[in-house]
Write a protein that binds this ligand. Structure first.
Ligand code: ATP
Ligand code: MG
Length: 215
């Protein structure tokens, strides 16, 4: 089976995430597992809604989609969430399956700062989804975001829209329907009493309001 691991804060999950997962699945995957981070270094923990509630919102959002699942492994692990640790655990859980890590363009551009970035990129395929209309015109330029020790070895495949890291592993750049939605905007809208209708599933909106998550 081809399995996508979709990591993020998901504070809250929205249609940008869901559509990205859908298009990645249509093109490459049998299922997508949403993995909310417990704590991330780049986001002030005090501001982040409890990881269990973020997972709960994901579960509400994906409940009618058979290809989508969620995982609490980063929550169970506790502490700061590193994608590397998650990839190692997934490889153990799914030894016979083909694993892909899904990231948005913005997250990909920070990949050098990830823990064990080279190791992750050498271990599983990546699907980088576009977050702006411009996305991925210049693959050679995008190679610049890779760790230095990888840059030299990759083969850029312009037709396939991918980097071949080595024989079995690649970074795929997938142009998707760009939905200019972010969790930050959604949180600000809630704070300022601005409508969030059609930016995220209605049932998630209700859950947020009932639990006063962002007011
Ligand atoms: P925040 O504004 O809090 O950073 P976000 O909307 O960027 O939230 P994250 O939880 O940071 O959401 O994102 C998780 C993953 O989903 C990242 O890889 C990110 O690039 C990707 N992503 C987020 N929003 C979109 C979108 N609208 N389209 C495509 N990918 C997205
Ligand atoms: Mg983000």
């Amino acid at each position: 089976m081809r399995i996508g691991i979709f990591g993020g804060t998901f504070n809250p999950v929205h249609y940008g995430h869901l559509r990205a997962a859908e298009e990645a699945a249509v093109k490459f995957l049998d299922k997508v597992v949403f993995v909310p981070a417990h704590i991330t270094l780049d986001k002030v923990p005090a501001q982040a809604v409890n990881s269990k509630l973020r997972l709960e919102m994901i579960n509400i959002a994906i409940k009618d989609n058979r290809k989508f699942e969620s995982s609490d492994i980063e929550i169970k692990r506790g502490g700061i969430s590193y994608s590397y640790d998650t990839v190692v655990q997934f490889k153990k859980m799914y030894p016979g399956d083909e694993l892909y890590f899904i990231v948005g363009e913005d997250a990909y551009k920070h990949i050098k700062s990830w823990k064990n970035a080279s190791a992750i990129l050498n271990e599983i395929n990546f699907i980088v989804v576009s977050r702006s209309k411009l996305g991925f015109k210049n693959l050679a330029k995008l190679a610049g975001f890779l760790p230095d020790n990888l840059k030299e070895n990759i083969v850029i495949d312009y037709n396939g829209n991918r980097f071949a890291m080595h024989r079995n592993i690649a970074v795929y750049f997938l142009k998707i329907t760009v939905l200019d939605i972010s969790s930050t905007d959604i949180r600000n809208n809630f704070k300022n009493n601005i409508s969030n209708l059609f930016l995220l599933p209605n049932e998630v909106i209700k859950y947020i309001i009932n639990n006063k998550l962002y007011s």
